[in-house]
Ligand binder design. Structure first.
Ligand SMILES: [Zn+2]
Length: 381
């Protein structure tokens, strides 16, 4: 289980509102609180993504650990405390607020069972959002499945106006010294308190994203305004799927151009050793080229036999395959799939680039046929 818990949001595939999910009766019995529900969610994400290392970033409020007797088993409360101590759970006074803040900063999918109705005035991007939330539902044999949770639209007189507002525009009105939320993730921060390294990106794998207070990034612990330490390269996460199972992960830094293939040369991503030789023979030396710009990822076919791309539709099902152009670059968004040859697919997961976030909240995906819930391959995460 611990292998699926992310210490840093950069590694995460999904956010989990632990305070909601651990209290979701009907899964793993009806106890008031159960950590087993989180384990079942992790197992569901592994199955859904085909990635044994699929990674959850857990956020819980401190009250969850109060009243330990409410857990199905007292050992679970001790285990949760252990996760908190080891930095595997971010514990905050108000988990809802923090989960939504992180979701807004990163665009990561959120596993929850809450519609966050009382947060919609302050976070209009939740309204009508049908791509960012997943809910655990009981499935066969005591397991859990993750299904899209459509947030729907509340208070209709509000929404048409708010949906048209871009998030950036809204935050641009906040005034001097305020940082647009999506840009917070692209900067490095330091807490001015002596010895505080909570936000120190140089320190390795456990970096917190700032807590926003009145539009300013602050330290969760010291409540001081963080100091801007300069820009931090955006990075995109790619997964290589072989027959639907994740066999490798790659990170692409913004500003880089990377060729992927059988033998792509210096700086390229070689698939040699990652997929069987008989499949490798049908991959070109340089098969595709991926350019990571500040606006997102752009991809072009370079292969002899061609590649294909498909994109998620509204509602979470995948669209149909179409040839990947070789004469121009096309965008490669989170949830898109690139098929180098049958059985060999690259997908994007993890956080979105800031420009992609504003696009996702502004432009609803085109309507597609409603998915058959039994067969739909959703694009989460
Ligand atoms: Zn601090």
């Amino acid at each position: 289980m611990e292998r699926n818990l992310a210490r840093s949001i950069d590694r995460a595939d999904c956010l989990v509102d632990v305070s909601v999910v651990a209290r979701q009766a009907g899964i793993a019995g009806n106890a008031e609180r159960s950590l087993l529900r989180i384990e079942l969610v992790a197992a569901a994400l592994v199955r859904r993504t085909g990635d044994p290392d699929a990674s959850l970033y857990l956020v819980a409020d401190a009250s969850l650990l109060g009243g330990r007797r409410r857990f199905a088993d007292p050992a679970e409360a001790r285990r949760l405390q252990d996760w908190v101590n080891r930095g595997l759970v971010e514990q905050v006074p108000d988990a809802d607020e923090r989960v939504l803040e992180l979701a807004e900063m990163t665009g990561l999918p959120v596993i929850t069972n809450d519609y966050y109705v009382d947060h919609r005035d302050s976070r209009p991007w939740i309204q009508g959002n049908d791509w960012q939330f997943l809910k655990p539902v009981p499935a066969r044999g005591g397991t859990v499945e993750l299904k899209p949770l459509h947030m729907g639209v509340r208070s209709p007189h509000e929404i048409s106006r708010k949906a048209e507002e871009s998030v950036l525009k809204k935050q641009g009105l906040l005034g001097a010294g305020r940082v647009p939320l999506e840009n917070v993730v692209g900067r490095s921060w330091r807490c001015p308190a002596r010895g505080c390294a909570l936000y120190d990106t140089a320190r390795g794998n456990s970096v917190l994203l700032p807590r926003m207070r009145a539009g300013r990034p602050t330290c969760e612990l010291h409540a001081l305004t963080l100091l801007d330490q300069g820009s931090r390269a955006a990075a995109a996460q790619l997964k290589l799927l072989l027959e639907g199972c994740c066999v490798a992960r790659f990170t692409l830094d913004a500003g880089s151009t990377t060729r992927v293939g059988r033998s792509p040369g210096d700086g390229g991503l070689s698939l040699h050793g990652l997929i069987p030789d008989q499949l490798l023979a049908r991959i070109s030396r340089s098969h595709i080229e991926i350019e990571a710009r500040e606006t997102g990822l752009w991809v072009k076919d370079l292969s002899s036999y061609g590649s294909r791309v498909r994109r998620p539709r509204c509602g979470g099902s995948q669209g149909s395959w179409s040839p990947l152009p070789s004469d121009r670059s096309t965008d490669f968004g989170p949830g898109d799939e690139l098929q180098l040859m049958p059985a060999v697919v690259l997908t994007r997961s993890g956080r979105r680039f800031p420009a992609e976030l504003s696009r996702a909240w502004q432009d609803p995906k085109p309507e597609g046929p409603q998915p058959d819930p039994g067969t739909a391959t959703s694009y989460f995460p």
